[in-house]
Design a protein around this ligand. Structure first.
Ligand code: DAR
Length: 339
């Protein structure tokens, strides 16, 4: 157990970074100058980190593979020799809750970073500016229901920013974990949000990753939300080159998001199961689903509205994630109805 971390730290990086391994890695740097000290700073500063390490560029996963590999295997259950394979084939699943008795909204996002640029924890302002320009140009080529406008934070006044936040289309400055990793450098410069005119397609630029590509609806029509995202990814792939690894798939700032980079989830009202949480958690576990608070990661459940989404991101395809979510939600709603 490494002594670089506070006594009460319980992160995966503390679990896997032995003193010998730290000595072996501490003098290494990626071509862009990213070091182990930078990578683990967040986990040292925040003892309650669950992971505690971020990548500063795609090369981090090779240069520091001796610490990233065991964390990835531990978190994702990814076996030696396993290779990730993406699949964004559109789906035609039954609408689970057409009366919206339970499911209030569906949101599916993927995280992507552009090849050839440092990730948000390590990128310099001029490169952030160049990256934003590249992404803005690609977004301006979107057609049909994906077309919309880009709103750079630097040009928004407080009223416009609040308006975007109420939608909720906007993101805020990164949390203390991201801050300690350097992800908030130069905020709000070169940050912005794109949304389609119908506000069902959103792209965050320069948040925890270069892009968070989001499809959302105030419905339970999971196929429609997923298919919109598939169309958007195919369109953006014509203009942008994403950082990928032949084993780990799409590469992201946080190792929890590699592979598909996908989080597919719903906001669901479960009055009865709120009183029988152990049953809800049991069913969710069986479909590799995770339960978050109403407003996402590290928040509380309010008014019996749960955020339920996939756990697995790596070693499973995008369409399989969505099918698992669909099947899990059918089982959860059946349990809610039976109580
Ligand atoms: N808070 C960091 C990262 C956890 C995963 N969530 C992300 N990447 N948003 C931690 O180590 O707990």
């Amino acid at each position: 157990m490494s002594s670089f971390f506070p006594e009460d730290a319980c992160s995966l990086v503390k679990k896997h970074l032995s003193l010998n391994l730290h000595t072996a890695l501490e003098h290494l740097k990626t071509d862009s100058g990213y070091t182990l000290a930078k990578a683990i700073h967040s986990g040292i500063k925040n003892p309650d980190s669950s992971i505690g390490i971020y990548a500063g560029d795609a090369q981090s996963y090779q240069t520091f593979s001796k610490i990233f590999d065991p964390i990835i295997s531990d978190y994702h259950g990814f076996k030696k020799g396993q290779k990730h394979a993406s699949d964004i084939t559109e789906l035609d699943l039954a609408v689970i809750d057409p009366q919206k008795k339970y499911i209030k909204s569906t949101r599916i996002r993927v995280a992507r970073n552009l090849k050839g640029f440092c990730f948000p924890a390590h990128i310099l302002l001029p490169h952030r500016r160049e990256l934003e320009k590249k992404i803005k140009n690609a977004l301006s080529q979107l057609k049909g229901d994906l077309s919309g406008n880009y709103f750079p934070f630097e040009s928004l006044d407080e009223k416009q920013f609040q308006q975007l936040k109420t939608e909720p289309l906007c993101f805020e400055k990164g949390d203390r974990f991201q801050d300690a990793a350097g992800i908030n450098s130069d905020f709000p410069k070169c940050r912005g949000v794109f949304h389609s005119f119908d506000k069902q397609f959103v792209v965050w630029v320069n948040e925890e990753d270069h892009l968070r590509i989001i499809s959302l609806e105030k419905t339970s029509d999971i196929s429609s939300v997923f298919n919109r995202l598939c169309r958007a990814l195919l369109a953006l792939n014509r203009h942008l080159d994403f950082a990928q690894d032949k084993r780990y798939g799409y590469l992201t700032s946080c190792p929890t998001n590699i592979g598909t980079g996908m989080r597919a989830g719903v906001h669901i009202h479960l009055e009865k199961l709120e009183q029988k949480k152990e049953l809800l958690y049991d069913i969710a576990k069986g479909f590799h689903l995770q339960i978050r608070g109403t407003f996402g990661e590290k928040t509380k459940v309010e008014n019996a509205v749960f955020d339920i989404s996939n756990c697995q991101r790596l070693g499973i395809s995008e369409s399989k994630i969505v099918k698992n979510l669909h099947a899990g939600l059918l089982a959860i709603i059946a349990a809610e109805k039976s109580l």
